[in-house]
Design a protein around this ligand. Structure first.
Ligand SMILES: [Fe+2]
Ligand SMILES: [Fe+2]
Length: 269
């Protein structure tokens, strides 16, 4: 018997982590029609005068709009990853991520239609999307999108869910927190494989990319459309503290991938 099958087996073993997330993604798969569309309100309903109610609806509309924008960008990013990844296991996994992100987009589109339609775009999210989509290296795309972005937005879903109890929005955010946990975990597993043979040049390129991305992410997290300017000021101190903790966590993740993060600068927020 030749040694080849053994080598092939060892080669495939490197992808076990990624494959595990493929099975997890299949197991967690859900459908937009599973959400309780007709049974509970889409977003929290306002009390008081019609003006007050309209103001509240505008606030929720801006929350939904920002997430719709994020998931439409995630659709593009996931299809890029699917086509750019050369490995069979990674492609299998990304085929599920493409479906997840397009399912998320469908749910946000249905929600936004119920709260007055699309509104103001977050300019920093557009900047992030541009940077991720234009990145040259697969290592960089996985690093920015899955190691950082997918992980950094999970606390935002939990926050939105906490403030929208008993609504479709809450249910959706809970499902998205689980899905994005899988997207992040799969990215960590794949990035580990990709970095096994990465040159010092590629590694330092990733640190540079993190330094470009983190300040824009900070601006995105603190950005408030006109509808939310008022509550924006009220929540700012807490938001800045939370953001700082999240960004520090992102840097720890990078160092767990063996990247020298001593040069990663955490923006003050
Ligand atoms: Fe998503
Ligand atoms: Fe995602």
């Amino acid at each position: 018997m030749s040694a080849e099958p053994v080598e092939q087996h060892n080669e495939r073993e490197r992808y076990e982590g990624v494959l595990r997330f493929y099975h997890l993604a299949k197991h967690q798969e859900w459908a937009v029609r599973d959400l309780p569309w007709e049974q509970i309100p889409a977003v929290p309903e306002g009390k008081g005068s019609p003006e007050r109610q309209a103001r509240r609806r505008d606030i929720w509309r801006s929350v939904v709009m920002q997430q719709l924008q994020a998931d439409m960008f995630a659709c593009e990013m996931a299809s890029q990853l699917l086509t750019a990844a050369p490995d069979h296991e990674a492609r299998l996994y990304y085929s599920t991520m493409v479906q997840d992100e397009s399912r998320h987009t469908e749910a946000w589109l249905k929600l936004i239609a119920q709260v007055g339609g699309e509104g103001e775009r977050d300019p920093y999210l557009d900047q992030l999307a541009h940077m991720f989509l234009e990145a040259d290296l697969l290592e960089e795309k996985v690093f920015l999108m899955q190691v950082f972005f997918e992980r950094l937005i999970i606390p935002r879903f939990r926050l939105i869910a906490r403030s929208s109890r008993g609504t479709v929005l809450e249910e959706l955010c809970n499902r998205l927190a689980v899905d994005d946990g899988i997207h992040h975990g799969a990215g960590m597993a794949y990035e580990r494989v990709l970095l096994e043979n990465a040159s010092p040049k590629v590694r330092s390129h990733l640190v540079d990319a993190a330094n470009t991305m983190l300040p824009i992410f900070a601006k995105h997290a603190l950005w408030r459309p006109k509808a939310r300017e008022m509550i924006g000021t009220l929540m700012e101190t807490r938001d800045r503290e939370r953001l700082h903790a999240d960004l520090q966590h992102g840097v720890r993740l990078a160092s767990s991938l063996g990247l020298d993060v001593s040069e990663v600068r955490i923006p003050a927020g």
